[in-house]
Design a binder for this molecule. Sequence first.
Ligand code: FAD
Length: 297
Amino acid sequence: MVRGLGRGVVDVIRGGERSISFEFFPPKDAAGAEQLWKAISDLEPYAPTFVSVTYGAGGSTRDTTVEITGRIARDTSMTPVAHLTCVGHTREELEAILDAYDDAGVRHLMALRGDPADGPRAEWTVTEGGLTYASELVDLAHRRGGFVVGVAAFSLGHPSAESLEADAHVLLAKQQAGAEFAVTDMVFAADDYAGLIERARAIGVDIPIVPGIMPILSLRQVSRMAELSGHPVPDAVRARLAPYEHDAAALRAAGVAMAAELCEELLAAGAPGLHFYTLNRSRATLEIFERLRISVP
Ligand code: FAD
């Protein structure tokens, strides 16, 4: 398993080694910031290929994303990937944020459209003077400073896509606009990821597509997140965890074991790496590493 120190994100992912990466979100307060930096320092020794920081729907956490990615670039050995969305921004504002990332030493970007306030299925209304699709942001980021750009991919298709084929064509459009890698939403089954790869490769998408992993530690929390992202937790996953519904510790252990199994299946299916949705905590990821025998290099 891989280590990305000193090498470009895309080189590592493409190089045939397996990548590990971690996703964080911008905290809302001082206690959240402490938890985030603890998770970052717990995970840094594993030399991830990159760590990404999400971009909020609005408000002050958006500035926090710029601040945190800049601090990761400056004060840690890791490569930050800053997320950016089109929600509520004009093209000029997006350009100013790209410049702020550049000034902060951030060279990698996840270019996303973002969601309307009512979720991914709700109708998208473009901000006046703004962008409609992530592919336009990919193009903007490329032209504005040569960022290395990643994009979102969806193991079961974006919930608002007309069909799985149309969804694959959206990924192709993002590649054609200059995206160099993709990261998927939470994957629940290796077959879903394999299906995405098959559809994408069949129409000429050749960028690396890294599956997203989030261990289920609480059924309620993951169900909510899955609903928000547009696809419910599959029945088979629920059925496996149902016996532990009233025993938090047992559910957690089963969730970690299932996630580790899924990681193994994904790697066996040819995934170029694993991207962990950490929720700003390190423990579950470290427990999965122990099961996968991933150690500090
Ligand atoms: P797009 O690729 O623009 O797709 C959006 C919709 O438009 C889809 O229905 C697509 O089919 C359609 N579409 C796209 N291009 C075309 C076209 N040319 N013609 C017709 N239809 C088209 N959200 C956040 O707010 N902040 C984050 O930090 C964040 N990080 C994410 C990270 C990952 C790895 C993933 C998987 C998602 C993330 N999201 C984040 C959620 C994401 O913003 C939503 O899923 C959003 O609904 C879609 O974003 P996108 O970049 O895929 O958009």
